[in-house]
Design a protein around this ligand. Structure first.
Ligand code: NAD
Length: 348
């Protein structure tokens, strides 16, 4: 099967490429403009550095490769930035999705797996969110994703040969169990990544946004899903589409941890009591968001393997520590080679 992975050099996309490659069942093409992704995170397949907005190039790639399925990860993902610069999000997320779906229809690509987000639910009423819960995104990022969902659904309704799975991710976290790839997003705001950075000394402290929520310890509760389990959900989604109709699936573990629990776990694993400061709540942050994941489990047989906060935090920490060691080694390497150059020059 010929598969296209947009955004496959990014955090979640690269973990999916890894699973696709390891299975040996797919010819993989990755398209990424490396705006936040890293080429060395692409462990398998043909890598093409390209912007999805380059319609001419994209059409040529579709013509040449004859894809059977598309995994669409490429997007801009920072909520505060989406509030400051909404057009960037509507262009990169929504318009580029229209163009990509258009190419799928034109070149008979029948399966489309789309990266959506729990942000489409906005501020949910209950604690556990079902796929049928009301969608009411509260920022341009969430709206850009919900619009994309609608476009994909309307297209599939009009063209019976085009099927989709929309995966609404909760909080992706952790890194490749074998430590080969991880979360390299610059200036990330994801709690587990931020805590791992503090644990290795890349940040002074971790901020807690409010500690008077209606939760057992007063801090917000979220459903953190290990990125390898999330990646596996994509393979299951593609297999599901072989014999079934389009679906929307929540991707989470169906249980949550508070901000304080995450920080405590990271401090214990890293043996580093990094500083923590409690500050004002952020507008629009709900107390608790947990996925009802019964639908994806029942329909696809997805079996999460790493539903354990310690494993999630440990893999995130190990990745951060190893990449920090690499940065330091490169610095030392540069100093050594500079001093060698200096002594060579002196010797001349
Ligand atoms: N990280 C999470 O917890 C989370 C939660 C919900 C949904 N998502 C969704 O998952 C997807 C992947 O997120 P991620 O966390 O891996 O982010 P990421 O930034 O690591 O990955 C996105 C990738 O897309 C690439 N990209 C962006 N715009 C592009 C363009 N115009 N052309 C080509 N490549 C482009 C980037 O270089 C990057 O490699 C996104 O669609 C995001 O909305 C992520």
């Amino acid at each position: 099967m010929n598969v296209l992975v947009t955004g496959g050099a990014g955090y979640i996309g690269s973990h999916v490429v890894k699973l696709l490659g390891e299975s040996n069942n797919y010819n993989i093409t990755v398209i990424d403009n490396l705006s936040t992704g890293k080429e060395d995170a692409v462990l398998y397949g043909d890598f093409i550095q390209a912007n999805l907005a380059d319609n001419f190039l994209m059409e040529n790639i579709f013509k040449e490769k004859q894809f059977d399925a598309v995994f669409h990860f490429a997007a801009s993902i920072v909520v505060p930035e989406s509030i400051e610069n909404p057009l960037k999000y509507y262009l990169n997320n929504t318009v580029n999705t229209i163009n990509l779906v258009n190419l799928c229809i034109k070149y008979n690509v029948s399966k489309f797996i789309f990266s959506s987000t729990a942000a489409v639910y906005g501020e949910p009423d209950g604690t556990t969110v079902k796929e049928t819960s009301m969608t009411n995104p509260i920022n341009p990022y969430g709206r850009s994703k919900l619009m994309s969902e609608t476009i994909i659904q309307d297209t599939a309704a009009a063209d019976k040969d085009f099927k989709y799975v929309i995966l609404r991710y909760f909080n992706a976290a952790g890194s490749d169990i074998k430590g080969r790839i991880g979360h390299s997003f610059p200036d990330a705001t994801h709690l587990i990544k931020v805590a791992a950075e503090a644990a290795v000394g890349k940040r002074d402290k971790v901020y807690i946004f409010g500690d008077d929520y209606d939760t057992p310890d007063g801090t917000g509760i979220r459903d953190y899903i290990h990125v390898d389990d999330l990646a596996d959900a994509h393979i299951k989604a593609l297999e599901y589409l072989e014999a079934n109709d389009s679906q929307i699936f929540n991707c989470g573990y169906g249980q949550g941890y508070s901000v304080k629990q995450v920080i405590k776990t990271m401090q214990e694993i890293s043996e580093n009591e990094f500083k923590v400061e409690i500050i004002e709540k952020r507008p629009g942050d709900p107390a608790c968001v947990i996925a009802d994941n019964s639908k994806i489990i029942k329909k696809t047989g997805w079996k999460p393997m790493y539903n354990n906060l310690e494993i999630i935090c440990r893999t995130a920490f190990e990745w951060e520590r190893n990449s920090e060691i690499l940065v330091q080694a490169q610095k030392i390497g540069n100093i050594v080679s500079e001093s060698r150059n200096e002594s060579l020059l002196k010797g001349l």
